[in-house]
Design a protein around this ligand. Sequence first.
Ligand SMILES: Cc1ncc(COP(=O)(O)O)c(C=O)c1O
Length: 387
Amino acid sequence: MKNNTVNHNTWQSATRVVRAGLPEKAPGTPYLPGPVFAAPFHAPGDPATSPFTYGRFDNPTWAAYERALGELEGGTALLFPSGMAASAAVLSTLLPAGSTLIMPTESYYTTRVLATQEFSGAFVAAHGVKVVQAPTTGTALRDAIRAHAAAGVAMVWLESPTNPGLDVCDIAALCEEAHAAGAIVVVDNTTATPLLQQPLALGADVCVVSDTKAMTGHADLVLGHVAVRDAAHAEVLRVWRTRLGVIPGPMEAWLAHRSLGTLHVRMAQQNRNALAVATMLQAHSRVTDVRYPGLPSDPSHEIASRQMQGFGGVVSFTLPSAAAVERFFAASALVYEATSFGGLHTSAERRARWGGDIVAEGFVRMSLGLEDTNDLLADIAAALEAI
Ligand SMILES: Cc1ncc(COP(=O)(O)O)c(C=O)c1O
């Protein structure tokens, strides 16, 4: 029987997404088996002879989705109960105590809080990690790596495109710099997903993703994963997950695998809508600082075109004030005011309401969904009239 769990080299990304992680064809079996809910599994005698023994160690539903992720990422994937759990696992296992971590100033807010307050602060005093932050654009990250190379850098954390500013860095070039300095590179690939960008192929050692976002796209679950090239990294992450019990639920893993099959069509429509909306916003007199890597005029466009296979569904822009943003939301019928991004419903939020990001009061991060492009353009244009 043909083994269709193997990533077929000649398949295009759409085919790979639809088929990723599915079991071999067998008469009378479903394409994607349902979620397996189990604490203990039958496991007589030597535990090494049972593929599954206990629900905290492993689970067939996670295993199938991890196989799918591994195929798309080009490495070994491990599932975690959230994107933050995935990031925490990486920082906990691959960042030695007392070492130096370089990370972007404008990456996802909670990741920066995790690194600066949990790993370098009093809560986890044993870690005592030195965190150096530098902007994603220009040469700042490269310069930071060079400046600290002599004293030793253990890890360089990248996020590209960044949330919420949508800055892009040259992942391959920074991997070379980091590796020359003896550091491993982690890329948060949440905004792009492995469909649009493959950090491991660009030279990164570790990729972390919040599957809560576009990976699963239906705004109905929280999940994350780590993908690595090195088997030793996979092992240490797996042991950490098992010992700390930071495990995903089978239902979430199954929903995620089910949603993965439409990632390419969701992303195609989100890309289309994002480009159309960004283009319209750019021409609007009350809107400033429109950022979308897919806009030819965007500062990120050149690098993004080289290292991505699409630009994603997130756009950012600035309205004149916080009150103008509130009026925008009140006047829009289609834009949900909500945090998160990557889902099939268009949503947006005024990021400054949380604090933590270096953004203007009227800065808006908008996630374009799967609605009809012209309906969205008409709704957003009308809402802008109300500001
Ligand atoms: C870029 C990025 N990384 C990680 C996370 C954390 O993911 P989760 O909310 O699934 O823990 C988020 C959440 O917004 C994010 O935007």
